[in-house]
Unconditional design. Structure first.
Length: 200
């Protein structure tokens, strides 16, 4: 969620450099993360998965599916829209439309926040603010598919699919079939000019 910002008037050219993860690699990573979460939490009791909209949600749902296969019981999965909690909202030209928040409680729960990419940490900070509107959790942990570094806030993930060293002009693009009709993770680079985003 943190890796690609686009304005209405200017859209950066993005060119693919290489593929970081295939569909099968994403699936194996989700399986490993599901096992790690279950092991550290001694199962599913009191556990809730909260996906950060947008691609954090299908990742959370996939984790829940793997956990159900292992534990034979399914954890609750919720969606968190952090749009109004972002600290850069005042810089957005057009104010976003936000659906009314889904009502769920994390009171006393062990929460696993799920996102696709951890970058500056600002998305996670906004998610923590939004989460507190749903109660006071017993514990909050962060699970991400990709950690690309370049943190601006003291935030770290508890569960990481892959750590990728990136340059400032590079972008990690996570594509999931639930959103993008395909599964893969790409590393892309920004180029000069104003054009539509290029994808392959």
């Amino acid at each position: 969620m943190e890796n690609l910002a686009r304005s209405q008037s200017k859209v950066a050219v993005v060119r693919e450099k290489s593929q970081l993860m295939s569909a099968s690699e994403i699936d194996r990573t989700v399986v490993r993360l599901a096992h790690e979460i279950l092991e550290r939490n001694n199962g599913l009791e009191g556990l809730i998965l909260v996906g950060i909209r947008r691609r954090g949600v299908p990742i959370a749902e996939r984790l829940a599916k793997k956990m159900t296969e292992i534990e034979k019981t399914s954890p609750p999965v919720e969606m968190l829209d952090i749009t109004l909690y972002r600290d850069d909202l005042s810089t957005v030209g057009q104010q976003p439309r936000v659906k009314p928040p889904s009502r769920f409680s994390v009171e006393g729960k062990a929460v696993i926040l799920v996102d696709d990419v951890l970058y500056t940490g600002r998305t996670t900070r906004a998610a923590l603010d939004a989460l507190l509107d749903h109660g006071r959790p017993r514990r909050v942990e962060l699970c991400v598919l990709i950690d690309r570094g370049h943190r601006e806030l003291p935030i770290q993930a508890n569960y990481v699919g892959r750590v990728v060293q990136t340059a400032d002009d590079e972008i990690i693009e996570v594509r999931l079939r639930e959103v993008d009709n395909q599964d893969r993770v790409m590393i892309c680079e920004r180029a000069q000019g104003q054009c539509l985003v290029l994808s392959g």
